[in-house]
Design a protein around this ligand. Structure first.
Ligand SMILES: [Zn+2]
Length: 99
């Protein structure tokens, strides 16, 4: 949903943001509006972030495991195949978006 911030009003030193949403206005403090904007940007980033999870691999040569989706290769003598593990910062970002 595209959010349009229609108006900014100064009231007792606080900045109030008026957002037009589903045909009515919702008021936020400037800080709440900023958090909403950041969370929206993070949500869009996570939706576009599609790392290869190396679901389909095959063996190549004598020592290689090769991902069929991204082409990454793991050598047995260097520890072999390592399954995808979601980075901690992505897990943290997902938690922040859900709050
Ligand atoms: Zn892959």
């Amino acid at each position: 949903m595209i959010q349009r911030y229609e108006e900014i009003i100064e009231a007792d030193g606080d900045v109030i943001v008026r957002e037009h949403k589903y045909g009515r206005y919702v008021l936020f403090t400037d800080h709440e509006a900023e958090v909403k904007r950041l969370r929206g940007a993070l949500r869009r980033f996570l939706a576009a972030y599609k790392p290869c999870t190396h679901e389909t691999v095959h063996r190549g040569g004598a020592i290689w495991t090769i991902c069929e989706d991204c082409g990454k290769q793991w050598a047995d003598d260097e520890g072999g195949f390592k399954p995808y593990v979601e980075p901690e910062w992505i897990s943290e970002a997902r938690k922040l978006v859900r709050q």
